[in-house]
Design a protein around this ligand. Structure first.
Ligand code: NI
Length: 170
């Protein structure tokens, strides 16, 4: 399993570089990310979240095969937007409504470098946008207004202090 970097870690705020080598180490990274995602019971995980500042993310909506996106680009977004409660494995334990387009088209490469396109709606469209943001150092809390963002960060910090406290008593 890979370590998941948390809010405050600089790597989460960096813009990722393109993947240029479609080799075994990329395949191994993707497999480890899919395993880590499953272990963490999440639906999406991006390179920076495991300390790799490269344009790669994995999405695994339960009941579907996991999908690996390399060097993705969102090519179209719907005018129609929707509200959905999001969380992030890098900000565990807190959630907040986020407004985003309900449909997106995305172009990406697979692990062999082959280009593919997906037109997504529903949960897949939501996760794609959330993960794609990670590749540009952006987190879902950045979509909130300042007051809401402060509230979420405060909740997260409070939960974290409680967890550390409990651990130290054991
Ligand atoms: Ni996230």
């Amino acid at each position: 399993m890979l370590d998941i970097y948390k809010l405050g870690d600089e790597v989460l705020r960096e813009e990722c570089s393109d993947v240029t080598e479609f080799d075994d180490s990329l395949k191994m990274l993707a497999e480890a990310m899919i395993d880590t995602l499953e272990e963490a019971d999440g639906v999406g995980l991006a390179g920076p979240q495991v300390g790799v500042s490269k344009k790669i993310f994995v999405v695994h909506i339960r009941g579907n095969e996991p999908i690996v996106f390399v060097n993705p680009q969102i090519t179209a977004t719907s005018m129609e937007t929707g509200v959905y409660e999001e969380g992030c494995l890098s900000i565990p334990g807190v959630y907040h409504d986020v407004i985003r387009p309900v449909r997106v088209s995305i172009q990406a490469q697979d692990l062999k470098g082959k280009v593919f396109n997906i037109d997504a709606d529903g949960p897949l469209a939501r996760v794609i946008q959330h993960e794609n943001d990670h590749l540009y150092g952006k987190l879902y809390i950045d979509h909130l207004d300042e007051r809401e963002r402060d509230k979420v960060v405060h909740q997260y910090e409070k939960k974290n202090r409680i967890r550390r406290h409990q651990k130290s008593r054991v």
